[in-house]
Design a protein. Structure first.
Ligand code: ADP
Ligand code: ASP
Ligand code: MG
Length: 437
């Protein structure tokens, strides 16, 4: 069995849903769907109005969104019977969303509102398949996808529940399920964070020991640089799990950062494919490395660099421990670290406790903060005994001021910190130098 995940753009219109239906029929697989594109953003907007106690604002967005769905129904289904069923489905979900305009609105209600997008898209796809004679079965994610008290997925529960649910439908042609949504340890509706449908797919893949996890999106695989900022990017055909994880974590939006780990732990290949161009080979992510090759570049925004300089550091054991403990005490993860004999620089992307952190660090040295920075991450098989790749990376960036360089933490990446205003130039220069010359 395979797991096939289709993102928001892939199911973003009636026409796109029909294309997806063609791609998923014929094999008994599990198909994970996101909400139709734009829907989760609208649900966030609705929630925002409700937090601000503005039910009229919320209702305006709700009505506009509902109208769009009624239009999709007219285009997607051909029989009156299924148009009626689909309209009932949509009415049910939008009536439910409207109930939240009348009462207290908290984080709990927001999660319920956010879950409606995936519930609607999967319901619509399931009805469409049934109308076209495919015996598809809906697997409600809220019945098997669960996180524990640390908000981490609970793989044992997920596996047990899913196996049971699959056994209940031996005749099903295929299964449709929701990405993104889950229940938490208290049984409340929750989610796996924005973009989390990729994570759902890989958790499901791990739970059923899938033959392959396919992430279908609007581009032909992982490109060697961010196509939103760089011209002339090309798809990378093969990536190691570690390379893909680094790229996803450092900003390659095509993959949610958490998506790789469950696949890697269970050694399940992940294939990135393009719904608009299904015959394209895309990218295969597996446990195979291609020796000595620089594969791709990604960038992570909104980074803050903090430097702690201490004249007494040279002989001071425990200096680094105190510095790292300070970040730990304020529950702020560190991304990059560089050290010298007199100081240490680190980067964080969560600025929530920045003031307190800086305050505490002043006990240990002089503290300087650089905001609006970007981590540029160059990924590949970069084992230290391959010669030349650091030189080409640094050479590519000879026109760009670089605040930090980090290499050696893994064999898979070199990270560089630059100003966000230099991001586009730095990415383009790396592409020109590393891939296009
Ligand atoms: P989905 O809605 O299917 O989850 P996303 O928008 O989350 O799709 O991810 C696909 C997008 O990721 C692409 O349209 C592309 O703009 C962006 N992207 C960023 N970096 C890369 C990269 N290195 N390779 C491919 N796509 C990338
Ligand atoms: N629909 C959710 C979002 O837009 C989850 C996803 O698409 O992966 O974030
Ligand atoms: Mg995505």
């Amino acid at each position: 069995m395979k797991v096939l995940k289709f993102g928001g753009t892939s199911v973003g219109s009636a026409q796109r849903m029909k294309e997806v239906a063609k791609l998923i029929t014929g094999e008994r697989n599990i198909v994970v769907l996101s909400a139709m594109s734009g829907t989760t953003n609208s649900l966030v907007e609705i929630s925002d109005y409700l937090y601000k106690k503005n039910p009229d604002g919320a209702n305006e967005v709700i009505n506009k969104l509902a109208m769009k769905y009624y239009d999709h129904v007219e285009e997607l289904y051909s029989t009156d019977e299924y148009k009626k069923k689909a309209k009932e489905l949509i009415k049910h979900h939008f009536d439910y969303i409207r109930t939240f305009t009348k009462d207290l609105f908290t984080l709990f209600e927001e999660k319920v509102v956010l879950a409606q997008g995936e519930l609607i898209s999967t319901g619509m796809m399931n009805l469409y398949l049934n109308e076209t004679g495919v015996f598809s079965v809906l697997l409600p994610a809220l019945d098997y996808m669960r996180t524990d008290k640390n908000a981490e997925p609970d793989p044992v529960y997920i596996k047990e529940r899913l196996e049971k649910m699959l056994e209940e439908h031996p005749d099903a042609d295929l299964f449709i399920t929701q990405g993104y949504i889950c229940r938490n340890a208290y049984g409340e509706i929750d989610n796996l964070q924005r973009g989390g449908s990729d994570y759902s797919a890989s958790l499901i893949g791990a739970a059923i020991d899938a033959e392959e996890i396919q992430i279908w999106t609007d581009i032909d695989g992982m490109h060697n640089n961010d196509p939103r900022f760089v011209e002339g990017t090309t798809p990378v055909r093969n990536l190691h799990f570690e390379e893909a994880a680094e790229l996803a974590y450092f900003g390659a939006k095509i993959l949610h950062p958490t998506c790789i780990l469950p696949a890697k732990l269970n050694n399940i290949p992940v294939r990135l494919l393009n719904t608009m161009q299904p015959e394209a080979p895309g990218t295969l992510i597996s446990n195979k490395t291609e020796k000595g090759k620089i594969k791709a570049v990604a960038a992570k925004d909104n980074i803050t660099a903090i430097k702690i300089k201490s004249g007494r550091m040279l002989l001071a054991t425990g200096f680094l421990r105190k510095v790292f403990e300070t970040f730990e005490n304020h529950q702020t993860p560190i991304d990059m670290v560089t050290t010298s004999e007199v100081g240490v620089s680190v980067t964080i992307d969560n600025r929530k406790n920045l003031e307190e952190i800086v305050d505490d660090l002043k006990k240990y040295g002089t503290v300087t903060v650089d905001e609006d920075m970007v981590i540029i991450c160059v990924v590949g098989d970069l084992e230290w005994d391959n010669v030349g790749f650091e030189a080409s990376i640094v050479d590519a960036l000879k026109e760009v001021p670089v605040r930090m360089i980090s290499y050696g933490g893994s064999n898979y990446n070199v990270s560089l910190l630059v100003k966000s205003t230099d991001k586009k130039q730095a990415l383009q220069a790396l592409s020109d130098h590393l891939f296009n010359s």
